[in-house]
Design a protein around this ligand. Structure first.
Ligand SMILES: Nc1ncnc2c1ncn2[C@@H]1O[C@H](COP(=O)(O)OP(=O)(O)O)[C@@H](O)[C@H]1O
Ligand SMILES: [Mg+2]
Length: 249
């Protein structure tokens, strides 16, 4: 009697180490393309022997050139944002890797199912500590695109940020919905984090970022951290660059 092949039990990754393993080694089965995206953004399933999840895959080959981000790749900027996020200890960015995919090298990121109960338009206006951390993170990476759809509130209160393809410009380009704390004193946890980050940027993190960003972009990241520590305050709109993303959601 022939036996039906049994599917091994697949489970979602239990921690960051498993997530990284799944993202690096998993087989990607593409399921669809985000149609409103300006670059090629694909969604799919990713699985190894025992782990499975949904992921987002942005092949470098699908990137539309941007005049104000001429160097490197958008995928490299996404990885850089993940590396900075990991260094903060705040896990703003979901696990992300750079790897070979069905359409060549690209960034692969774990898909995070946000809390469907949250009204995003109201949520982004809240004085929420996770959003405030995201605002500090965005100031560090110089995020030019923190719109509502790039903020994912999770069940349980954690908040993820996605779409970091246009971060790390050498020019001030912070464009975000999260201006509620502009000019306010940074919380103690942010100052502690920035002090650690300043050290990391002079050491391993700086070296890792150099693989994806120009020397000038890494230097400017160090400078933004130093400026935040010097002023001790959340940045304010500089008046030269549109401070709000359009469309906002
Ligand atoms: N890791 C993720 N988990 C959950 N949703 C995501 C993730 N990445 C992107 N999304 C959703 O998909 C949309 C499109 O992805 P995004 O990264 O913004 O692509 P694009 O660069 O094409 O704008 C986002 O606005 C967000 O709603
Ligand atoms: Mg987007």
């Amino acid at each position: 009697m022939s036996e039906q092949p049994t599917e091994p039990d697949l489970r979602p990754p239990a921690d960051d180490a498993e997530a990284a393993q799944l993202l690096r080694e998993g087989v990607i089965d593409l399921e669809g393309r985000m149609l409103d995206a300006s670059n090629v953004t694909l969604v799919g399933a990713i699985r190894t022997g025992d782990l499975a999840a949904e992921c987002i895959y942005k092949p470098v080959a699908g990137e539309r050139p941007l005049w104000d981000f001429p160097d490197g790749t958008l995928a490299g900027r996404e990885i850089s944002a993940f590396l900075v996020s990991e260094a903060t200890g705040w896990q703003v960015v979901p696990p992300t890797v750079l790897r070979e995919g069905p359409f060549g090298p690209g960034m692969v990121q774990l898909w995070m199912d946000g809390d469907p109960e949250v009204d995003l338009a109201a949520f982004v206006r809240r004085d929420d500590p996770a959003l405030r951390r995201m605002a500090v993170f965005d100031a560090v990476v110089n995020n030019a695109d923190r719109k509502g759809g790039h903020i994912i509130p999770m069940p349980g209160g954690h908040v993820y940020g996605v779409d970091h393809g246009i971060c790390f410009s050498v020019d001030p380009k912070l464009r975000t919905l999260l201006w509620r704390w502009a000019g306010k004193q940074l919380p103690a946890e942010a100052v502690e984090m920035l002090e650690r980050l300043a050290d990391d940027l002079r050491a391993d993190l700086g070296e890792q970022l150099h693989e994806h960003l120009t020397r000038a972009e890494v230097r400017c990241t160090q400078r933004r951290v130093a400026d935040l520590l010097r002023t001790g305050r959340h940045p304010e709109p500089n008046g030269e660059w549109p401070a709000l993303p359009w469309p906002p959601f």
